[in-house]
Design a protein around this ligand. Structure first.
Ligand code: UD1
Ligand code: CA
Length: 434
């Protein structure tokens, strides 16, 4: 039988350096909280169980992940990363095999990197294997101290490092794998004699070595994977890295992204082949875009936006809980909220779907082949029938549905009377003759 793997995610800290009322792991990156990225990567490793240590604002954190099947453990006071591990004491007796420790604030690490780490750990039969990184700027990270033979001796935290040690550029990513037994035996020996008076998980390295257990460190191939989010500057860095991954995946699946540097697409967005995304477009989690669509420049698709195949959305058009049917177009300056738009519809420039009356939101229906004139305001709830037309600047008031093939104009919009028009035009002609 394969050796068991338990994953332990530390996420109890407040994240003082974020200067925020929100717990750090709940800060958003590309439509998902930081912790969500870590939990998704953890899940991909198919561990026998995942335990998440929470503390600061734990109710909020737990409720955000109600769906996931992790075990929550509370660390009442946050006395350091080793203390966080100690807080899972009631679970320890059920855990055998290996334990991988992940940090809730290190969201970029890839599944493959963790698989490689675990493989190296098992192959070397180490008690502990650290994922380390060679970085240009080691500021703030724990340093990996090796002896002359290159064997890992200890990890020294930045605050406690001597000037010589501060020059070390190999740092601790925070990600480590342990033999469960070694971890649970040794964790209790960790003391808090350091600059911060905290129980550092990193101190376990020197303790294991004293016991003549093997400690290894493997250097990550791409050091960008192990960026820890401690400040909003790093949050922005991580956000960008995740965004580029999302865009790359979409491009490789057949989506044209004209200018990735200036395109913002969150996690969990579906886009079909041969669709083109023009610059300065924002597409939020949950939006679905079909094949052969055109999106942007400057388009904003929010939650519940659905563009069916061949649909087009252009400059300064915002969609929210809105379906734009096949080959339908909303090319300029529109707000489409809570609206169901059929196929082959033209939404004129500046059309606004007024979905909100200050208290409630209502749904608007626009049927196949309708033509909504420029500057129309459709006050929900209202239905624009099949092939119906609204004149430029029409304000279609609530419940004043336009029948199939109907034409309405004016404020408030009224059916256009063909006879009246004919008469007017005649009298106009007379006037002109005079
Ligand atoms: C930690 C490591 C450091 C490493 C760096 C990588 C220690 C002592 N230091 O430092 O060697 O280079 O990460 O990013 O481990 N947490 C708890 N309970 C606590 C304290 C922290 O759950 O009592 C959680 C935090 O929520 C966070 C993670 O542990 O997700 C790391 O804590 P943090 O305070 O950010 O550690 P660093 O100072 O970054
Ligand atoms: Ca950190």
């Amino acid at each position: 039988m394969a050796k068991k793997l338990a994953i332990l995610v530390l996420a109890a800290g407040k994240g003082v350096r974020m200067k925020s009322d929100l717990p750090k792991v709940m800060h958003n990156a590309c439509g998902k909280p930081l912790l969500g990225w870590v939990l998704d990567t953890a899940e991909a490793l198919e561990p026998s169980r995942t335990i998440v240590v929470v503390g600061h604002d734990k109710k909020m954190v737990m409720s955000a992940f109600e769906q996931s099947r992790v075990t929550w453990v509370t660390q009442e006071e946050q006395l350091g990363t080793a203390h966080a591990v100690m807080s899972i004491a009631p679970e320890m007796k059920d855990i055998t095999g290996d334990v991988m420790v992940l940090f809730g604030d290190v969201p970029l690490v890839r599944e493959q990197t963790l698989r490689d780490l675990l493989k190296a750990h098992r192959a070397q039969r180490a008690a502990c294997t650290i994922l380390s990184a060679e970085v240009a700027d080691p500021d703030g990270y724990g340093r990996i101290v090796r002896n002359k033979d290159g064997k890992v001796r200890a990890i020294v935290e930045h605050r406690d490092a001597k000037p010589k040690q501060r020059d070390i550029r190999e740092i601790n990513s925070g990600i480590m794998v342990f033999q469960a037994r070694s971890l649970f035996e040794t964790i209790w020996k960790i003391k808090s004699h350091n600059e911060q008076g905290e129980f550092y998980l990193t101190d376990i390295v020197a303790l294991l070595i004293k016991k003549r257990r093997k400690v290894a460190a493997i250097v990550v191939g791409d050091e960008r994977e192990i960026v820890g989010v401690n400040s909003r500057v790093q949050l922005a860095e991580v956000n960008k890295a995740l965004r580029m991954r999302i865009l790359e995946r979409l491009m490789l699946s057949g989506v044209t992204i004209v200018d990735p540097e200036n395109t913002y697409i969150e996690a969990a967005v579906e886009i079909g082949r041969d669709t083109t995304i023009w610059p300065y477009t924002v597409i939020e989690s949950g939006a679905v875009v079909g094949k052969d669509c055109e999106v942007g420049p400057f388009a904003h698709l929010r939650v519940g936006a659905v563009m069916e195949d061949g649909a087009e959305v252009g400059n300064f058009t915002e969609m929210k809980k809105a379906r734009l049917g096949r080959e339908s177009k909303a090319k300029h300056l529109s707000y489409l909220g809570d609206v169901n738009i059929g196929a082959g519809v033209n939404i004129g420039a500046g059309t606004i779907v007024a979905n909100y009356d200050g208290k409630n939101k209502f749904v608007t229906e626009i049927e196949d082949g309708a033509f909504v004139g420029s500057g129309s305001v459709l006050v929900a709830p209202v239905r624009i029938g099949k092939g119906a037309t609204t004149g430029a600047g029409a304000v279609v008031t609530r419940d004043h549905d336009v029948p199939d093939g109907g034409v309405v104009v004016g404020i408030p919009a009224k059916p256009l009377k063909k006879k009246a028009t004919a008469r007017k035009q005649k009298s106009k002609k007379k006037k002109n003759k005079r």
